[in-house]
Design a protein around this ligand. Structure first.
Ligand SMILES: NC(=O)c1ccc[n+]([C@@H]2O[C@H](COP(=O)([O-])OP(=O)(O)OC[C@H]3O[C@@H](n4cnc5c(N)ncnc54)[C@H](O)[C@@H]3O)[C@@H](O)[C@H]2O)c1
Length: 183
């Protein structure tokens, strides 16, 4: 496993990179905080990796939000739905959100985490190459507006990023076509 420490003072965080990291619960444990944890994912990624991540979270796993696939989901309507889930479940400031998916899920989840009760715990488990090398790094979170892409957002750093290179294998196995692959 390689660890890249992003040095941002009191918002510093590690990025763990390697194979089969989702099978090792000792990596995530120190970053989970003390509250309940909600996994935010989508209908493509959930059947592939949700059970593994639930096992990883153990007793702290509380619920899951499974969003439709696609860039259209990156909207304020989706954020409002996540707030509804959090408020209806009486989730407090100790709650953590885990983003399990590509850049779309990471951007949505990060923005919800940045804004719910002025900021709650946020962990990224990026599952596309773009998300592992780009969108999960740097703290840019947000959603699209009808008048422009990424027009509403915030800089918000996660507690940690777990980039398990094995999850990229589900593209090779043909479970999904990444947006850039055309045939
Ligand atoms: N925050 C940032 O700094 C930053 C940087 C670059 C891009 N972005 C944003 O990232 C988004 C694009 O991210 P993306 O390219 O990851 O697209 P995406 O999140 O839509 O994922 C691409 C497709 O792959 C599927 N998928 C995800 N993981 C999979 C896996 N392991 N196996 C099989 N299928 C899988 C998804 O369901 C989707 O259909 C855009 O919204 C863009 O604005 C953000």
């Amino acid at each position: 496993m390689q660890t890249v420490n992003v040095d941002l003072g009191d918002r510093s965080y590690p990025i763990f990179i390697g194979a089969d990291l989702l099978k090792d619960d000792s990596i995530l444990a120190p970053y989970l905080g003390k509250g309940r944890v909600i996994v935010v994912t989508n209908e493509v990624v959930a059947p592939l990796y949700l059970e593994t991540v639930k096992d990883l979270l153990g007793k702290q796993f509380s619920s899951v939000i499974i969003l439709p696939d696609g860039e259209e989901t990156k909207s304020l309507d989706t954020i409002a739905g996540i707030y509804d889930h959090l408020l209806e479940g009486k989730y407090d400031r100790k709650t953590g959100l885990v983003a399990l998916g590509g850049g779309v899920i990471g951007d949505i989840t990060g923005f919800a985490a940045a804004t719910y009760q002025r900021g709650i715990n946020f962990i990224q488990i990026p599952t596309t190459l773009l998300a592992q090398v780009d969108s999960s790094v740097g703290g840019k979170t947000g959603v699209n507006h009808a008048l422009g892409k990424n027009m509403i957002g915030s800089f918000y750093q996660p507690q940690c990023v777990i980039a398990d290179t094995e999850v990229l294998g589900s593209f090779r196995r043909g479970k999904s076509k990444p947006a850039w692959r055309k045939y």
